[in-house]
Design a protein around this ligand. Structure first.
Ligand SMILES: [Zn+2]
Ligand SMILES: [Zn+2]
Length: 207
């Protein structure tokens, strides 16, 4: 994905639920994994990297297993290769090879997040990103912390203001959710705060 396409994705992600940086990063990795199991099964370099990392890390393997549709053949072929290597080691009475490098999707994750933080630093005071961020659900704690360390002066103050507003707004929704769980108020029914308990976990932990 080009850096300008990544910036456009960031603007769009601000208008959707959850941390916008997590969303863009996840979408990039999802597309990578989708392509990987579809078209890179027979690509020599991809296979070498896949072997070196002994497949994907648990979160990225989880995307492959639970979010990708119809990629079972690619998964079967690539992981069978790892089992073939494992069998060779076992027949020699050796230990199994563990990952020697980062999972390829984690490498992409680091690269994507580097670009996203650069965009945030460069454009946070520009009206389009500023207003998009003001309407977003806030950054997850990890992305916020990385961005905070990177930004200075007015840019940092803007980041803090955006995050403070997101935290205050979610706390108000949580207070309403908790109040309505009291049997005395259950008749009122839930509004937009009905999933605030999920959103707070995502804000704290990221996706
Ligand atoms: Zn995040
Ligand atoms: Zn990974």
């Amino acid at each position: 994905m080009t850096t300008s396409a990544l910036y456009d994705s960031l603007l769009l992600a601000c208008r959707q639920p959850g941390c916008p940086l997590c969303r863009v990063s996840h979408d990039v990795e999802y597309r990578y994994l989708d392509q990987f199991f579809y078209s890179q099964v027979n690509d020599y370099d991809s296979r070498v990297r896949f072997r070196a990392s002994t497949g994907f890390c648990p979160p990225h393997a989880d995307i492959a297993l639970n979010e990708l549709a119809g990629k079972s053949l690619g998964v079967a072929i690539l992981y069978e290769d790892l089992l073939r290597i494992a069998q060779e080691s076992l027949e020699k009475g050796q230990n199994l090879a563990m990952a020697k490098g980062k999972c390829p999707a984690c490498q992409l994750h680091d690269e994507t997040n580097g670009y996203l933080l650069t965009d945030l630093e460069r454009y946070i005071l520009q009206p389009d990103l500023q207003s998009a961020l003001q309407s977003c659900a806030g950054l997850c704690f990890q992305h916020y912390s990385l961005a905070y360390d990177r930004l200075r002066g007015d840019k940092r103050r803007q980041l803090v203001a955006i995050q403070l507003q997101a935290v205050q707004s979610l706390r108000a929704e949580l207070a309403e959710f908790i109040r309505k769980n009291d049997y005395r108020f259950q008749g009122e029914g839930f509004g937009s705060e009905r999933d605030a308990w999920r959103r707070v976990v995502e804000l704290v932990t990221g996706k």
